[in-house]
Design a protein around this ligand. Structure first.
Ligand code: BES
Ligand code: MN
Ligand code: ZN
Length: 497
């Protein structure tokens, strides 16, 4: 979807559908009132029907009254005049897109200045609208015949403003929102692609294309032989049973001062997780094609960073492998020596994410990072703890945790901090090696984070467990969510200030 800001009076704006906010009691804002005047009270007449009272959640589309250039009016309830908070604003935007989608309009225009906001500004609203618009119009038709394809007419959003200085300020917000929207689309498609297409090799090829199209991005791919030479035996133990070679894909974006420490993102990129010899049960196993959503969102965030030309150095390490059972697969009880020199007894080959991540986390030490954030569909236990709307966050540094929480609040891409206490460390004890790769059923997402913490002592680090939020598991909305692209992009935008 395309997003742009347009300077225009409400009555002279040409659009398929104009969104006019209505507050409780059926009241119009300043521009809505102006528009109502231009059409001789045509909007008030519609409100008099009583369908739209202005309460949050109200929405209706009408043929536009005579006197304006718009074809349709979408009257949108935005609650009382105290204004919308973050959650309320997001709901209103989503409602506007969902309602517009029931028509054949090709574009949607927001009468932006009439939105009542509580402690939020219009730039914020524009960015959130871009995310909602991208969410409402994303389709994945790559593998469908013509008659089965989903088509959505809505392809363009206009943010209508009445004055030039505001237009200038919001152009920047729309540019940022557009990049986030594009990146979310990108992350979703990478996630939705089946595992017979989206292999570690495919991800490396896509990374090559990204690097080719942006001067400031460099690509390095570590092949299995490179990893073997370095001693990344834990990483290699995961791909041992697969015909698909593992790849560590390193993207380095240099937009900051030469030599300034990079912000490093690490993504779990298991292109399919069967569990390996510790085979997963059959039902829903198809969903394990989404086990590379950490890598997909980190990849997409790099695309946004490059598109926005951010004045930062940002690096991404995508830990890509396929976890399969076979005669060459890793067995429960096998012991590997990690790149850090610590040994791991692999009690469960289905706890493979931490095995590719630990070596990648050690590898990125050499980038001398400002901080490292890993993003992983790491544990089913995190879904049990926090559900499908909130990601888990662990950190060894309070300032970094606070920066992530602030970005989550702004983007409404929610996270909740979980503990990294020593109590969880002893659950990883092994009688045969420095540690086991699992800690038992209790506190499964915390012991997974505790495992990673043993490999991140050299820098400021945070871990995001996105197992619950990375995709929608059933229904018509089944598919990758594109989260936490908004969080990661906002976090990096905040670092530019
Ligand atoms: N990719 C899974 C985690 C997962 C499961 C994400 C379900 C989303 C939905 C991960 O590799 C895994 O299998 N984790 C195990 C760990 C256990 C063996 C300690 C799990 O969560 O069951
Ligand atoms: Mn697994
Ligand atoms: Zn996994």
């Amino acid at each position: 979807m395309d997003f742009s800001v347009k300077l225009s009076s409400p009555e002279s704006l040409k659009t398929g559908c104009l969104v006019v906010p209505v507050t409780e009691g059926g009241k119009l804002g300043a521009l809505g009132a102006q528009l109502d005047g231009a059409c001789n009270g045509g909007i008030k007449a519609l409100l008099a029907l009583g369908d739209i009272t202005g309460k949050a959640g109200d929405a209706g589309v009408y043929g536009a009254p005579e006197g304006m250039k718009a074809q349709r009016l979408l009257l949108l309830g935005v609650g009382n005049t105290e204004g919308l908070d973050e959650a309320g604003a997001r709901k209103a935007l989503q409602k506007a897109y969902a309602t517009a989608k029931t028509t054949k309009t090709a574009d949607l225009a927001f009468l932006l200045e009439d939105f009542p906001l509580k402690g939020l500004d219009l730039a914020w609203l524009v960015q959130r609208a871009c995310e909602s618009g991208a969410g409402a119009t994303y389709v994945f038709n790559d593998f469908k015949g013509k008659d089965k394809q989903t088509t959505i007419a809505l392809a363009k959003t206009l943010f209508v403003v009445s004055e030039k200085p505001l237009q200038k300020a919001l152009n920047e917000a729309a540019r940022v929102g557009q990049a986030i929207a594009n990146a979310m689309d990108r992350a979703k498609t990478l996630g939705n692609l089946p595992a017979n297409v989206c292999t570690p090799t495919y991800i490396a090829e896509e990374a090559q294309k990204l690097a080719d199209s942006h001067e400031k991005i460099q690509l390095t791919v570590l092949e299995e032989k490179d990893m073997r030479k370095l001693g990344m035996n834990s990483f290699l133990s995961v791909s041992a049973g697969s015909h698909q070679p593992a790849k560590l894909v390193l993207l380095e974006y240099k937009g900051g001062k030469a030599g300034s420490a990079p912000h490093v993102l690490v993504g779990k990129g298991i292109t399919f997780d069967t569990g390996g010899i510790s085979l997963k049960p059959g039902p829903d196993m198809d969903q394990m094609k989404f086990d590379m959503c950490g890598a997909a969102t980190v990849f997409a965030t790099m695309q946004a960073v490059a598109e926005l030309n951010l004045p930062l150095n940002v690096s991404a390490a995508l830990a890509c492998a396929e976890n399969m059972p076979s005669g060459t697969a890793t067995r429960p009880g096998d012991i590997v020596t990690t790149l850090s020199g610590q040994t791991v007894e692999i009690l469960n080959t289905d706890a493979e994410g931490r095995l590719v991540l630990c070596d990648t986390l050690t590898y990125v030490e050499r980038l001398k990072p400002a901080s490292v954030i890993d993003v992983a569909t790491l544990t089913g236990a995190c879904v049990i703890a926090l559900g499908n709307e909130v990601a888990g966050m662990w950190s060894n540094n309070d300032a970094l945790a606070d920066r992530l929480k602030a970005a989550a609040q702004t983007s409404q891409d929610k996270i909740w901090q979980m503990p990294l206490w020593d109590e969880y460390q002893k659950m990883l004890d092994s009688p045969f090696a420095d540690m086991a790769n699992i800690g038992g059923r209790a506190a499964g997402s915390n012991t997974a984070a505790a495992f990673l913490a043993r490999f991140t002592k050299q820098y400021e680090w945070a871990h995001l467990d996105i197992a619950g939020i990375a995709w929608v598991s059933s229904g018509p909305e089944k598919g990758a969510s594109g989260r936490p692209v908004p969080l990661l992009t906002q976090y990096l935008l905040d670092r530019c200030k």
